[in-house]
Write a protein that binds this ligand. Structure first.
Ligand code: ADP
Ligand code: MG
Length: 700
């Protein structure tokens, strides 16, 4: 790394102590290096000239050559404005000034060729440009301004203290002068050649002073690639180190439990995706390293059976296993589902949640420690200090997004040697984001639904169509189906939401009276035992309608339920809508999802509804979600550092990310210790980054 780049910014000519202070406080610029990495937000493209008849409404700044043929004052509510008619060989438009009119009037030359630059408005059927930048054509030809002009990030305070974009550009020029524009290369020759990248010096120069859009995009690509490359390198290295350092329990064999389940008790044919994923997990478990795997699979893709079979492998090797779920309902359901199979195989399995009775709890604790208890299912209760395993070999976490990283590591500490960890999530994360957020985990994907599933039909209905919707519900129930009606209870404490839920429940009760209809209700304010009771009635088919809040969002499995009504659907996020919809479509019957909304819809709501009605593909939905919300709201990104990127954008630069990851992998595969002379520069850069910056402090 260029040592000069660590020079404090105060030493740059033209900066001085006051400006240095502001730069530090407002933009976090401490050194030359920080300044060089202050990348423009955007550029004014002064390489192109537009004709007046080429102007588009809503276009960015444009540059036009022409003459002023007329100048006049127009009275307006307060004061007056100065209006010029500007003309080229294709038409004319207006230039408008609200301030500084005297100077303009005295200095403007009529019928002389100017180059003007600015943003245009469409007004009264013609284009106008307020306060254009103007330069006489003769002067323009001599000046250097006929290029792309960088616009840097700024703050109000900087602007107020006179550190304008022009000043920052000047300072930047000065930096290039002092360093002669020479910066140490940070990527290896191989990569530069293979990817046909600009050198570091060329890239930095052209990102700050590009001559044209083509060279700018080459410069940007090179810098984005580099930024993402080093993040990927870090993540992959972490994964490799993890695998070599942390020994797992090698589960050498697949034994009786696994085999007899597979041969005699498997309730259905596994999908190819399930088979593939089980193979991946088996391979991890059999190796010497500790497994740290993320299993992504859309709702209903059949992750539970994969979890179960993985636990059998642990048991076959004399170890215990546990499965942790985020809610009581879900744990109970997992427990009930798995209990059936475990009974057949004579496996000792227990459920532990917040509402487990003390006496049973004590028994569980004992049997865990003496090893009699083989599988433990439960909620956060599993994380309590009192829960001690004799030899936990595999810990599975369902619906990862409800648990934090800290909790993952807590499970980890439940053993002398860490158990293998399998994290299952039904919230598909776009692949590119997963690479950055979970780049240190291995990822398995179930990308196939069990055969025979009919795609869920999704429609959007306005509230005033409710009667029709009720009729539809009645029809479905008469066919023997069950129905969910979900209300938003965004905050469990919100009185308004709670009232909506209760009003809704009352109106459904009126519409579907006893004894023909039975209705369950489940919400967060109920006691766990009451919730279970209501839920169980629905599971058993004693009730036909389940009125609920999003507590049923994750995991609940009632294959006979074929209709999901989501009230105030505009208030839900995309991933939540998708999760809720996933509660139906689990049986052989055609299922439906009806999104009820008012007529008042924001643009984002419209996009969400349109996306839901268009596709059932969780990954596609996740991509839209990422675009709408940005990466900041997606779980895991906060810790991952993808938000601190200086030039790359995790949403927009997918292709660059993919290439960067490819090369990071390739380099480490060929040279895991980065010891080859060819990779010296990568090692040096990597080390310097961790030394000078806290770039890597997000690594947990
Ligand atoms: P999720 O991935 O959402 O956790 P589940 O594991 O709950 O999905 O599975 C959803 C439903 O599909 C369950 O009723 C399960 O028994 C069933 N299922 C899982 N795998 C298959 C398969 N290969 N063929 C048929 N049904 C399956
Ligand atoms: Mg599940």
């Amino acid at each position: 790394m260029n040592s000069k780049l660590q020079t404090p910014i105060d030493y740059l000519k033209g900066v001085g102590p006051n400006r240095a202070d502001l730069l530090r406080k407002e933009l976090g610029i401490h050194t030359y290096q920080d300044l060089i990495n202050l990348f423009p937000n955007r550029y004014l493209d002064k390489t192109k000239y537009y004709k007046i008849n080429q102007l588009q409404r809503n276009s960015a700044e444009v540059q036009i050559v022409g003459q002023i043929t007329r100048l006049r004052e127009v009275a307006q509510k307060r004061g007056k404005r100065l209006v010029a008619t500007f003309q080229d060989d294709t038409g004319n438009m207006e230039l408008v000034w609200f301030r500084g009119q005297k100077w303009i009037r005295e200095n403007l030359k009529l019928n002389t060729t100017y180059v003007i630059f600015g943003k245009t408005n469409w007004f009264n059927n013609s284009f106008s440009m307020p306060h254009p930048e103007m330069e006489l054509k003769i002067t323009h030809e001599k000046s250097l301004s006929s290029a792309m002009q960088a616009i840097y990030p700024s703050t109000e305070k900087l602007a107020n203290k006179g550190i304008s974009n022009r000043v920052i550009t000047k300072i930047m020029q000065q930096l290039f002068l002092e360093t002669k524009g020479k910066f140490s290369e940070t990527l290896s020759n191989n990569i530069l050649k293979e990817q046909n990248l600009l050198s570091k010096s060329e890239a930095l120069f052209n990102v700050h002073f590009p001559k044209n859009p083509e060279i700018l995009s080459k410069a940007q690509f090179r810098l984005k690639f580099e930024e993402l490359f080093y993040i990927q390198l870090q993540l992959i290295l972490k994964n490799l180190i993890h695998k070599s350092k942390i020994k797992g329990h090698p589960f050498a064999q697949v034994g009786n439990y696994f085999n007899s389940f597979f041969k005699e008790h498997l309730p259905f044919q596994l999908t190819n995706a399930q088979k593939r994923v089980i193979k991946e997990i088996r391979h991890d478990l059999g190796s010497n390293a500790q497994m740290n795997r993320l299993l992504q699979g859309d709702v209903g893709s059949g992750k539970t059976i994969v979890a179960l079979m993985s636990m059998f492998i642990a048991l076959d090797n004399g170890f215990q296993a546990c499965l942790m779920a985020p809610t009581e309902i879900l744990s109970v359901q997992h427990y009930n589902g798995l209990l059936e199979y475990c009974k057949k195989l004579n496996i000792n399995i227990k459920l532990l949640t917040g509402s487990t009775k003390t006496s049973i709890r004590k028994e569980i604790h004992e049997n865990l420690e003496n090893g009699q208890l083989q599988i433990l299912i439960g909620t956060h209760a599993l994380l309590e200090d009192k829960v001690k395993f004799k030899n936990l070999g595999l810990a599975i976490i369902d619906e990862q997004h409800r648990f934090g990283v800290a909790q993952r590591s807590k499970l980890w500490k439940k053993n002398v040697a860490p158990p293998h960890i399998l994290v299952m999530t039904a919230t598909p994360i776009p692949r590119t984001l997963a690479m950055s957020v979970y780049g240190d985990l291995d990822i398995s994907i179930i990308d196939e639904l069990p055969a025979g599933r009919k795609p869920i039909k999704t429609v959007h209905r306005y509230d005033n169509n409710r009667l029709k919707v009720f009729r539809f519900i009645r029809d479905e129930i008469s066919k023997g189906r069950q129905v969910y009606v979900v209300y938003p209870l965004i905050q469990e404490s919100s009185k308004m939401d709670y009232k909506d839920l209760m009003d809704g429940y009352a109106s459904i009760e009126r519409e579907f009276p006893k004894p023909d209809y039975q209705i369950s209700i489940v919400h967060g304010k109920m006691k766990p035992t009451d919730k279970d009771y209501e839920m169980q009635r629905f599971v058993n088919g004693e009730t036909q309608i389940m009125v609920a809040t999003t507590v049923i969002e994750v995991g609940v499995n009632v294959p006979n339920a074929s209709v999901m009504i989501i009230e105030s659907a505009e208030r839900f996020g995309l991933s939540q809508l998708h999760q809720l919809r996933g509660r139906v479509g689990r049986g052989a019957e055609q299922s439906y999802c009806i999104l009820m909304t008012s007529h008042k819809l924001s643009n984002d709501s419209k996009t969400r509804l349109e996306t839901m009605t268009r596709t059932n593909d969780g990954f596609e939905i996740a991509e839209v979600d990422l675009k709408l919300r940005g990466p900041g709201d997606i779980m895991g990104t906060q810790q991952s550092g993808v938000l601190n990127l200086k030039i790359a954008n995790i949403v927009k630069d997918k292709d660059v990310l993919q290439q960067a990851r490819f090369y990071a992998k390739k380099v480490l595969q060929q040279d895991p210790s980065l010891g080859h002379p060819e990779n010296q520069v990568i090692l040096d850069t990597y080390r310097a980054m961790s030394k000078y910056k806290n770039l890597w402090n997000y690594i947990s």
